[in-house]
Design a protein around this ligand. Structure first.
Ligand code: PGA
Length: 264
């Protein structure tokens, strides 16, 4: 794992956007794996700016989102389809027909999960996957105890995730308890992973992911086995890492030997 520690969430977004932009410039018809939640919002803002400035184009990009709630339709303001349209897709030149998000309201979620997995394969697999991490170590909605070999399927959300996401739902509103999510094995097959984490509420999960043993109790720890994962964290999320100074020195060396072209 490559661990990059940035000063704050804005710098995390800028750095993350550089990797995504580089991917799109190198391969304009890239297949991107996208994430929802609060963490990638600033990154998406950076990508929108880059697109508006003509530095990148999503015209030939295909995207697959990690997950979707079961039991609410696409028009629901808390559906991940609504979130993606509103936060990213309507601001960039992507063809909506090339944006894939599992359908949460077909009535046949297991079948939908299988179809989704097949659609990813049909598009040649995911080139770069953007991830956040839950405070309980989940990636996508692969909650602790998820099989590390899992594929896209239905998952029941933990109390912790329900609590973390309750801020998006009004008290009287139905909050889904299940979701369709890419599995850990699905994520492991992506060619490159860029995982962002910000804030002290992610520090324990980041520590377990980067420096803990590989365990289904922290599904993100499986990324230790991924050949090209870049973890970008702010100081608060990095605060529990024992090898913080080592990661910083490696990064200084990497930047010196291989300065990243500035796309932002
Ligand atoms: P967050 O969620 O970005 O809203 O903290 C991350 C996640 O649950 O994967």
């Amino acid at each position: 794992m490559r661990v990059i520690i940035e000063a704050n969430s804005q710098q995390v977004a800028v750095k993350g956007a550089q990797f995504v932009s580089q991917q799109i410039v190198n391969k304009p018809d890239s297949v991107l794996g996208l994430a929802t939640g609060s963490t990638p919002v600033e990154l998406y803002g950076q990508l929108i700016n880059a697109c508006e400035a003509g530095r990148i184009s999503f015209a030939d990009v295909t995207s697959f989102n990690l997950d979707e709630y079961i039991g609410i339709d696409e028009q629901h303001s808390q559906s991940y389809r609504y979130f993606m349209n509103d936060t990213l897709f309507k601001h960039i030149d992507i063809d909506l027909a090339n944006t894939y998000i599992p359908l949460g309201n077909t009535g046949y979620p297991e079948q939908e999960a299988k179809n989704y997995e097949a659609q990813i394969v049909n598009r040649g697999g995911i080139d770069l996957q953007i991830l956040g991490i839950g405070s309980n170590g989940h990636i996508g909605f692969n909650e602790p105890s998820s099989s590390l070999q899992s594929r896209t399927r239905v998952k029941t959300l933990t109390e912790q995730t329900m609590y973390d996401n309750s801020r998006y739902f009004s008290p009287a509103e139905y909050q889904p308890e299940c979701a369709i999510t890419m599995g850990i094995a699905t994520i492991m097959e992506t060619k490159k992973v860029v995982l962002l984490a910000t804030g002290s509420n992610k520090a324990a999960a980041v520590k377990a992911m980067v420096e803990g043993g590989i365990s289904s109790m922290c599904p993100a720890s499986m990324l230790q086995m991924h050949p090209d994962t870049i973890v970008i964290v702010d100081e608060d999320a990095a605060q529990d890492l024992s090898l913080r100074e080592y990661y910083r020195s490696v990064e200084r060396m990497t930047e010196k030997m291989n300065p990243m072209e500035a796309f932002q």
